[in-house]
Write a protein that binds this ligand. Structure first.
Ligand code: CA
Length: 505
């Protein structure tokens, strides 16, 4: 009897310890813009499931990234460190050193079951997880291959966001229910080339979208914006991006289409063939052609977002159904924002708001006020430290991010007063490397390598960042203060490359 009592007490203690350690589901999408999420006021489409996280939790209106590009962003989230510290600076020449510490390793070490399932895009295999199953490279929209922990490469039939969610649910079902877990679901959607699920092809086919006011930007006063190669007009390709192949032979060569099943391909090509016929009959050119491209881009992009949102709903339903919602933190975040025709662009990279900022919503068990909006400046750098804080684990000293848990719990009112950003890649899309400081109101940018020079924006007066006011009369003090603060941040984050450029110029 005494023995049973001791056993019972031990069990109660063990259970209460576990009850205090929250589970974590971190959903990371790819290139999903806040402009297309209804929780952020978008009228372009409805995203009921992302909205549900916001309604039951917190919407972050000033969530930003430190380097607006796919692989580097994931490396920053994992390590809580800037790209120059974690070594993964760009998609072109970097591969992630998986032997370094990550917030995941800290969780695994302290008894969490940890998994990354879906898009990973860090070149090397994941390390420090109890389970992983990732898409190789960019992954495929249809019938994607997965790299498995045992070294196998496995093709799974279906649409990518569905099969990633299936794998995530399978792992949740098979995990040890007596241990807390941290699951990262990496979605490929809404990455280029925006191939919708066959059932979503017609969702926005009849919609006409209003062009952003600065769609025909002529880039005056902004040299780096003028030399980029990411416009819907000149860069977006008719075949590769918009599925308007010049010939059946060209279509045959498209690897994404090649891997479809017969039924998938038939449904897919029936849809695009009819659009193609209509397009050819119109004989468009000039602005009419650019605007046609914009409409098709939006229609396909939003259709891939619909599948993403639907599968986020499946995750939330799974947690509800298995009584996990009350003890699970859910975060939805994109790896960066994206241009939906602003400045005439698609893609990301620049530190103008559309790609510097990222959507982020969070549901935290026991948060006092659901549906709240947080307007503090937080960064993807902070996600790891925040989750460690929530799990009661000491944040390693060399992590550069800051926990925003006090902001969630209301024990702190104010976050950082300035943000530091550094983009390195000098390749595809011809975006010049640059670093910057943003205080929310002002943004001071230093371009180097491809383009050399400063840009200054007053976001209160110029929220679309159309007018570079660097060197203009009246901004001397603002500029001097920003430069001083920028130098401080570069020092604080130990960014030697930026330091050298500041000294030279
Ligand atoms: Ca991305």
């Amino acid at each position: 009897m005494k023995h049973l009592l001791t056993l019972g007490l031990t069990l109660i203690i063990a259970l209460s310890i576990h009850a205090q350690r929250p589970n974590i589901v971190l959903i990371v999408s790819d290139d999903h813009s806040y402009q297309t999420i209804s929780a952020y006021g978008s009228k372009l489409m409805q995203t009921p499931n992302i909205d549900r996280i916001a309604k039951e939790g917190i919407r972050f209106d000033k969530a930003y990234v430190t380097n607006s590009i796919c692989g580097p962003s994931r490396a920053v989230i994992l390590t809580g460190k800037y790209s120059h510290k974690n070594g993964f600076k760009d998609n072109a020449n970097s591969s992630f050193d998986g032997s370094q510490n990550t917030f995941i390793k800290e969780l695994t070490r302290t008894g969490y079951q940890t998994a990354w399932i879906g898009k990973w895009h860090l070149q090397t295999n994941p390390q420090g997880f109890t389970y992983w199953q990732v898409l190789p490279g960019q992954g495929s929209y249809y019938n994607p291959d997965f790299l498995m922990m045992n070294g196998e490469r496995k093709r799974v039939e279906g649409y990518v966001s569905d099969v990633v969610e299936d794998a995530a649910e399978k792992w949740l079902t098979e995990r040890d229910p007596n241990q807390p877990f941290c699951l990262v679901i990496g979605h490929k959607n809404t990455h280029r080339t925006w191939m919708p699920d066959t059932k979503d092809l017609r969702l926005f086919n009849q919609s006409k979208f209003t062009l952003p006011a600065n769609f025909y930007d002529s880039y005056e006063t902004r040299e780096a914006a003028a030399v980029q190669d990411m416009t819907i007009d000149k860069t977006m390709r008719m075949g590769y991006d918009l599925k308007m192949f010049a010939s059946k032979e060209e279509e045959e060569k498209d690897l994404s289409i090649k891997r479809m099943t017969k039924a998938q391909r038939q449904a897919y090509m029936t849809f695009y063939d009819s659009i193609h016929r209509d397009f050819q009959s119109k004989k468009l050119s000039g602005k009419a052609l650019v605007e046609w491209k914009y409409q098709r881009y939006m229609q396909d992009y939003l259709a891939t977002a619909a599948s993403l949102d639907r599968n986020i709903g499946r995750t939330l339903d799974y947690l509800d159904k298995h009584d996990l919602s009350k003890n699970t933190i859910v975060i939805y975040v994109s790896d960066q924002g994206f241009y939906m025709g602003e400045h005439g662009w698609f893609d990301k990279r620049f530190m103008y708001e559309e790609s510097f900022r990222t959507p982020m919503v969070l549901r935290y068990p026991g948060v006092r006020k659901s549906g709240s909006v947080n307007s503090n400046m937080v960064m993807n750098l902070d996600i790891g430290p925040t989750l460690l804080d929530a799990a009661g684990i000491k944040i390693p000293n060399d992590m550069q991010g800051k926990s925003f848990l006090p902001l969630i719990k209301g024990s702190a009112k104010k976050g950082r007063d300035a943000m530091y950003y550094h983009y390195y890649e000098n390749g595809e899309h011809s975006v010049s490397p640059h670093f910057l400081i943003s205080t929310g109101r002002y943004k001071l940018i230093r371009f180097y390598t491809r383009v050399s020079g400063w840009e200054l924006f007053d976001l209160e007066k110029d929220p679309s960042e159309m007018k570079n006011i660097y060197g203009q009369k009246g901004y001397e003090k603002v500029t001097a203060d920003l430069k001083k603060k920028l130098a401080q941040l570069i020092d604080q984050y130990e960014d030697e490359e930026a330091k050298k450029i500041l000294v030279i110029h």
